[in-house]
Design a protein around this ligand. Structure first.
Ligand code: NAD
Length: 262
């Protein structure tokens, strides 16, 4: 049974990219959706994009780098919907630097959003998932949960750690019918990726390199990742927990990241 109408979902980073595509897909299928994001204007626009006519969607502005915000957004979601059985931790930031180029401040910034917020939002949600009789949590990792790219040490470390968080939480909560999984996308065409492109003097060469790196020959659209997240939140994934699903156009299957055409 894929009864999305029974889902009451909190989506961090829901104002943009993968989080937004997930909010749109779940809402379109009948779920209640709480969009949580630090960006006020984009959050309002995301909410408007849902065309919500029956009070199944809210936007909560929050900076999840502030630990106390996790409890607040979960409590607000509960007051709005009366239940919570799905969590998507998609809020994330990309920062660059090898070990010597990474200040403690930058390290802490990346960990706070990419890792600690995922832990804290999940922790705040678990009692409500339990109260509902179970639920599903999806962390948004990356192909960089498995492998590295050059000069992105804090980001790569945070995404690897999400796999530990996924497995540990899955083991601890499976008996309570709370499933925890990680989705690991390859390159996805989102504002985060467009920002990465903009750092290069030749942005289109970054796009072309990323397209060529994926055996499928292109980068992903956010909706293609949202489909997999929606599956993991649904009862169709009732025996799936503690795992990572790569949504990567085959990039991890390719040794060396060589271009597909030569
Ligand atoms: N785009 C890619 O190629 C790609 C690839 C693999 C994994 N990912 C991961 O997917 C997730 C979503 O990324 P995206 O590409 O959709 O990026 P995005 O920038 O479009 O969306 C991320 C959202 O997180 C929000 N956010 C950032 N810091 C926050 C904070 N402190 N509090 C609350 N919200 C905050 C941003 O405002 C933004 O709306 C991230 O975890 C990212 O690491 C992205």
């Amino acid at each position: 049974m894929n009864n999305y109408k029974q889902l009451s979902a909190l989506i961090t980073g829901g104002a943009s990219g993968i989080g937004l595509a997930t909010a749109q897909l779940l809402h379109q299928r009948g779920a209640r959706v709480a969009i949580v994001d630090v960006q006020t204007d984009q959050g309002a626009a995301a909410l408007a994009s849902l065309n919500d006519t029956d009070n199944r969607a809210i936007f909560l502005q929050a900076n999840l780098a502030i630990p106390e915000e996790a409890d607040r957004v979960v409590a607000k979601t509960m007051s709005a919907f009366g239940q919570l059985n799905a969590v998507v931790n998609s809020a994330g930031i990309q920062r660059y630097g090898n070990a010597e180029q990474t200040s403690l401040e930058l390290w802490n910034e990346v960990m706070a959003v990419n890792l600690t917020a995922s832990f804290l939002v999940s922790r705040a949600a678990i009692p409500h998932l339990r109260q509902h009789g179970g639920g599903s949590i999806v962390h948004v990792g990356s192909v960089q949960s498995h492998v590295s790219q050059r000069g992105a040490m804090a980001y790569v470390t945070s995404k690897h750690a999400l796999l530990g968080l996924t497995r540990s939480m899955a083991v601890d909560y499976s008996a309570e019918r709370i499933r925890v999984n990680c989705v690991c996308p390859g390159t996805v065409d989102t504002p985060m990726f467009r920002w990465t492109m903009s750092l290069d003097p030749h942005p289109n060469s970054v796009l072309e390199a990323c397209q060529g790196m994926h055996p499928i020959g292109r980068i992903a659209q956010p909706a293609e990742v949202a489909e997999v997240i929606a599956f993991l939140l649904s009862d169709a994934a009732s025996f799936v927990t503690g795992t990572a699903i790569d949504v990567d156009g085959g990039v991890l299957a390719l040794v060396g990241g060589a271009p597909t055409t030569d």
